[in-house]
Design a protein around this ligand. Sequence first.
Ligand code: BV8
Length: 262
Amino acid sequence: MRELSVSEEVPDEVVALVREARRVVVLTGAGISAESGVPTFREVQTGLWERFSAEELATVEAYENDPALVWTWYRWRQALIAAVEPNAGHRALALWQQRLADVDGGWLAVSTQNVDDLHERAGADVLGHLHGRIAAHRCADCGEPDELPPPEFDGFTAPPEPVDPPFCTHCEEGLMRPDIVWFGEMLPASDFDASSAAIRAADLVLAVGTSGMVQPAASLPLLGLERGVPIIEVNPQETELTDLVDFAIRGPSGEVLPQLLQ
Ligand code: BV8
C-alpha cells in the first residue's frame, strides 16, 4: 500500500489508473457526506442523544424498548439530511459516472453504506443502498411501506422531545420504522448481490469515506482483491481496509475526488 497525502501531486500511476479504468465500483461510507454537514456514524451524538452511541440506537432492541426515542432520532437525522446539500465529492462521482456512460463498455457503480440521498441529489445513479434509505419508512409489523410527510422539525436546532412513530395505515396495528438496516439485521439481498457482482466485474475499486468497520458491507472491496483489481482508499484517516488497498489517499473526499478526475 502506498500512502499519499492530498497536498501531494496525485502520482501519474493513480491518474493513469483512474483515466484507463472502464468498469469502476465506488463503495462509500459516512465520510463522503461529512463535508455536507452530515455527522459520520462514529461522531459524538449531540443533545438529547449525548448519552447514547449511534450503534446503541441503530438496533431493533432500542426501537422496541423506546420507539419514540429511536423514531425521533431518525426523523431528526432525516430533517438534517434534507436541509444540507451534496458536496464536491458526490458531484465528482456523478461526473465520473456520466463520463464513463459515454465510453463504449464503460460504467461506474456507486454502492453506499449511507442512508442519505446525497449521491442521487448530486446526479448519480446508486446501484446499492446497503443499509437502506432514511427517507423511506415501513411498518415494523406487516412490513408495508408508507409515504410519510417530511419531518416537522429542522434537524439543526437542539433535538426535539421524542414523538411516537405513527401507526401503519395498512395493518393499523404496527408502528412505522425507518426502512434501514439496523445492527443484527440482514442487508437487502438485491443491493448486496448487485454490488458484489459489480465488484467481480470491475477493473478499479474505490473505498471512500468508510472506516471499514461495519460488516458485511466493508468487506465488499475485498472481492476485487481476489482478482488483483487495484483498490484506492480515500480517507483522511487510516481504516480497517488500509493495509489491503493499493493506494491510500489521505484527504477529504470533497478535495481528493475532483483532483482524481482532473
Ligand atoms: C448483519 C444504518 C448479519 C443505520 C448501519 C461479520 C459479518 C457480518 C456481520 C458482522 C460481522 N461482524 C460484526 C457483525 C455485526 C455488525 C457489525 O458489523 N458490527 C460492527 C460494528 C463490528 N453488522 C451488522 O449487524 C449488519 N448485519 O451482519 O446481519 C445477520 C446474519 C444472520 C441473521 C441476521 C443478521 C448490519 C450492519 C448495518 C448497520 N446499519 N447504518 C443508521 O444509519 O442509523 S451501519 C452505519 O455504519 C452507517 O451505515 C455507516 O455508514 C456505517 C459504516 O460506518 P462508516 O460509513 O464507515 O462510517 P464511520 O463513521 O464508521 O466512518 C466514517 C469514515 O469517514 C471514517 O473513516 C472517517 O475517517 C472518514 N471521513 C471523515 N470525514 C471524511 C472522511 N472520509 C472522506 N472524506 C471526509 N471528509
